[in-house]
Design a protein around this ligand. Sequence first.
Ligand code: COA
Length: 342
Amino acid sequence: MTPAPRTDARTTRLPGSLPVAALGLGSFLPDEVVTNDDLAEKLDTTDEWIRTRTGIHQRHRLAPDDATSDLATRAARAALDDAGMVPGDIAEVLVATTTPDYLVSGVAPIVADNLGIRVPALDVNAACSGFVYGLRQAAGLLATGSGPVLLIGAEAFTRAVDPQDRNVAILFGDGAGAIVLGTDDAGELGPFDLGADGSDPTSLYTPVGGTREPATVDNIDERRNFMTMRGREIYRFAVAHMSASSLAVLASAGLGPDDVDMFVGHQANIRILNAVADKVGIPAERCHTTVHLHGNTSAASIPLALAHARDNDRLAPGDRLLLTAFGAGLTWGSCLLTWGTA
Ligand code: COA
C-alpha cells in the first residue's frame, strides 16, 4: 500500500519511541514443506480440520542435520546482505528463541561465531512474544549508545512437539527471520507495551527436561519431554492480551487504528488474528498474514511475515506497523515500528 506522506516523521517522534531504523531484513525457510495432507497420513486429522480451526495450509521443517542456529545464521546473513553490511558492523547479537540447540548454552553466541564475530550475544526467551521482546531489548541497547543490533527470531519447533500429538504437531513450523536495527531518523521504534503472567506456566510448556523435572527414562517414555498446551485457554488469552496490548500501544502513541498502515500479529492461528484485528479496528486489507504458509513459527513468525510483506511489495519506507504477539510464560507484547531504511 502507498503510505500517506508523513512530513512530520523526522521532526516529531511519538511518545515512548526512538529514532531506530531497520537497516536490513532477511529470512530463511527450510526447503521441506509439510502439507496438512502429509500430516494426515500419520495423524488422526484432516486438511479440512486444520484449515478451518487454524488457517494453516502448510509449514516448513528443518533438515535433519540442521539446528536452530543454522536457520538463524542463514537469516542473519540475508539481513546483513540486505543492509549492505558485513558481520563486523554488528555490535550486538540477540536471538529470540524457545527452541535452542542446547538446553545450556545459547544460540546467539553460536550465530555470532558462525558470522565470525566476537560481540555480546544472548538469547531472549519470551516464547512466541520473543521478537517483540527482542525489539524492546534492542531499543534499550541502542538508547545507551550501542552500534547496530542484529535481532533474529529463530525456531525449530517441529523438534519440540510430539509428532504423534495431533493437538500441537499440526500447528508448528520452522524458520528464522532477522533484522538489523540501528539508530537512524529514517525509522521509529516504540512505544511498547509488554507484559507477563507467570502464575501458571503449565498452560503452555514442556514439562520435562528442565530443573523442575529433569529427564528420566520413565518420563521420556511417557513423552513428557514434548511441549503441551491447553489450546482453548491459550486461544482466549491470546485474543484478550494481543488486542488489549495493541490498543494500549495506540493509546500511548496518541494514535488510532486508522494511523496503522500494516498490522502484523504473531502468526499462530488465523481465527486469533482476525479476532484481534477486529477488536483493534483494523480491516483485513491492512493485516499481513502468513500463517497459511508457515504455520506457527513462534519467535520467527513476525520477522518472517515482515520479510514476506517486503518481498511481495506490501512494505514500503514510511509505513507505520503495529506488531503484537503472545506466547508461553505467559507473555505478550506490542509495539509500533515505522519502517525506514537508511
Ligand atoms: N485434528 C482433528 N481433531 C483434533 C485435532 C486435530 N489436529 N486436534 C484436536 N482435535 C480434537 C480434540 O481432540 C477435541 O476433540 P473432542 O471435542 O472430541 O475432545 C476437538 O478436536 C477440539 O476441538 P475444539 O476445542 O473445538 O478445537 P478448537 O476450535 O479450540 O481448536 C486449537 C483447537 C488448538 C486449534 C485452538 O484452540 C487454538 O488455536 N488454540 C491456541 C493454540 C496456540 O496458538 N498455541 C500456540 C501459542 S503461541
